[in-house]
Write a protein that binds this ligand. Structure first.
Ligand code: C5P
Length: 220
């Protein structure tokens, strides 16, 4: 199996680029952030906070998160409910970021991610794919862009989805999640020692995809 791991901060363009690369190669695309979002949504619904790790751990036993692929798109199922749309809110983004700092949550999602890569050629994106989940991935990319560029992209997506939020709020969220993700004790956002660093500020989607495909070709 061939694995491409793409890690980086929120809004770096990981999912758009990874989706396109996966289509071009005929691989499956796994958006691991969506799994953390599904866990975050479940905890929000139950009124459980990340400050109660024992409750979180106990509640994980009541959660079944799976992903399905439909026309190349990933659907996230939370206890068989399709939550793919519901997890795309700023509230759930923040919940995913806080709950993902708990070791029990990371362990809970680890097997599912490894299992997917064991049976499929994958493009998988997240925060710790190259470092922890798929340390043997053939291609590892650490994708970044400036916080302002990332906030602009997120803002545009949210605006298009009809969500009422200002650019300043999105920028604040991006910076807060960057801080949470890179300062947590377990699986902090860090480039793998063998990852290729790619700052795609000012790149078009096509240019970014081409750059990654060139890295893949070099490994073939
Ligand atoms: O990528 P996305 O913004 O959807 O991820 C939501 C949150 O889930 C991130 O801010 C991060 O805290 C967490 N996450 C993680 N590890 C991953 C993917 C996402 O901790 N592999």
């Amino acid at each position: 199996m061939f694995a491409i791991a793409i890690d980086g901060p929120a809004g770096a363009g990981k999912s758009t680029i990874a989706k396109d690369v996966s289509k071009r190669l005929g691989y499956i695309y796994v958006d691991t952030g969506a799994l953390y979002r599904a866990v975050g949504l479940h905890m929000l619904r139950r009124g459980i906070t990340a400050a109660e790790p024992e409750r979180v751990e106990a509640e994980l036993k009541n959660i079944d998160v799976t992903i399905h692929f439909q026309d190349g798109n990933q659907l996230v199922l939370l206890n068989e409910e399709d939550v793919s749309g519901l997890i795309r809110t700023p509230e759930v983004s923040m919940a995913a970021s806080t709950f993902s700092a708990l070791p029990s949550v990371r362990e809970f999602l680890f097997d599912l991610q490894q299992e997917l890569a064991a049976h499929n050629n994958v493009v998988m994106d997240g925060r710790d794919i190259g470092t922890v989940v798929l340390p043997k991935a053939q291609v590892k990319i650490f994708l970044t862009a400036s916080p302002e560029e990332r906030a602009r992209r997120r803002f545009k997506d949210l605006e298009e989805a009809g969500k009422a939020i200002s650019y300043e709020e999105v920028l604040k969220d991006v910076k807060e999640r960057d801080y949470n993700d890179s300062h947590r004790a377990v699986s902090p956002l860090l480039p793998a020692a063998d990852a290729v660093h790619f700052d795609n500020t000012g790149y078009t989607l096509e240019q970014s995809v081409e750059k990654i495909l060139a890295l893949v070709r070099a490994k073939d």
